[in-house]
Design a protein around this ligand. Structure first.
Ligand SMILES: Cc1cc2nc3c(=O)[nH]c(=O)nc-3n(C[C@H](O)[C@H](O)[C@H](O)COP(=O)(O)O)c2cc1C
Length: 210
């Protein structure tokens, strides 16, 4: 089984990548294959509601000059999804939003009924709003949401800082365990009755009284 992870950040090795990689590592440990794809830094078009994808019914957006079709072509072979975004002004970044809107509109059928999760990474605030914005798209596309011990959020500003958010990283690992368990249940593979809970809680508060 395979999970496709989409990094919406323009930074290939940034904090969103760190959060996604933590989830991917745990999925791999549990026998699930992963592929991380990057939206990158090139322009991403927005949906222009031309409805050509509905007319053509070929699972493709009419625009071929960005990475949207290349990523959505991978939906059919994936069994689960994780969409990760940096928080920009309290929301997912524009490129990821456009990708999700266009790929689900044109090729949502290939993603339906497959477990999925979203991840938001921010410096300080707006992550829950961004997280919810991404989640409501999955909920309109018949994609069962994979939850965790907390919302799938990690904190960090400069490149690499998210790795220091120990609770955020643990949240990613828990989400990955839940996803692996759900995938195995969906595919009738042998697994435990409930997802394994192997780690003691690793809380990380940002204000520490002296
Ligand atoms: C245009 C822009 C807007 C941002 N808006 C927010 C914000 O609303 N809240 C926040 O906490 N961080 C905000 N940030 C910081 C990023 O979310 C943060 O640095 C994140 O770790 C970047 O992830 P990346 O390394 O994967 O790109 C913003 C950054 C940029 C470039």
């Amino acid at each position: 089984m395979k999970v496709l992870l989409v990094n919406g950040s323009p930074h290939k090795q940034g904090n969103t990548f760190i959060a996604l990689s933590e989830a991917a590592k745990m999925l791999n440990e549990l026998g699930i294959e992963t592929e991380i794809v990057h939206i990158g830094q090139k322009p991403m078009r927005g949906c222009i509601a031309c409805n050509k994808c509905k007319e053509n019914m070929d699972g493709r957006c009419v625009f071929n000059d960005d990475i949207c079709n290349e990523i959505s072509a991978k939906y059919a072979e994936a069994d689960g999804f994780i969409f990760g975004s940096p928080v920009y002004y309290g929301q997912p970044n524009g490129a990821l939003l456009s990708l999700m809107q266009r790929s689900f509109y044109s090729n949502g059928a290939a993603a339906a009924y497959k477990p999925a999760a979203c991840v938001a990474v921010c410096r300080r605030g707006g992550a829950t709003a961004a997280f919810q914005t991404m989640n409501i798209m999955l909920q309109m596309c018949n994609m069962p949401l994979v939850t965790s011990q907390y919302w799938n959020i990690a904190y960090g500003r400069a490149q690499g800082e998210a790795a220091l958010d120990v609770e955020g990283m643990q949240t990613m690992r828990t989400m990955a365990r839940n996803m692996a368990w759900m995938l195995k249940k969906f595919h009738n593979e042998e697994t435990t009755d409930l997802p394994t809970k192997e780690e003691p809680w690793q809380p990380m508060h940002f204000i520490r009284p002296e």
